[in-house]
Design a protein. Structure first.
Length: 117
């Protein structure tokens, strides 16, 4: 990313100007800054927004019986919800249930297929 910034600033400066401004179009001098923001949007902001949308959809579609892992690394199975679906009850072992915030669920775990011998 640093090389892009240096390249853009090198394009924007004229080594022969000796401190004097040229009478060129001011829109062209803003072009490098616009390009930097466009590149940042395409490489950083847009993919992050897409990941957040997918995570939000996954949280909204959780239901009883789904195997999940929390942000803290706890694996469990959803057995219920509380408080307008903002709290999820996870069964992490036999006779052991915990309550976690729905937003703390990191991902849904796909069930493993039995090994074929």
């Amino acid at each position: 990313m640093n090389s892009i910034v240096l390249f853009v600033f090198a394009m924007a400066t004229d080594p022969n100007s000796s401190g004097q401004t040229s009478g060129g179009n001011p829109a062209i001098s803003l072009l490098p800054i616009v390009l930097i923001f466009l590149i940042m949007y395409l490489l950083i902001f847009r993919p992050q927004a897409k990941r957040q949308k997918e995570h939000r959809q996954m949280l909204d579609n959780l239901q009883k019986g789904d195997e999940v892992v929390t942000a803290g690394g706890i694996y469990g199975s959803i057995v219920g919800t509380k408080k307008n679906d903002t709290v999820v009850i996870l069964k992490i072992a036999e006779n052991v249930k915990i309550e976690v915030a729905r937003s703390s669920i990191a991902q849904k775990v796909q069930p493993e297929e039995p090994a074929k011998n």
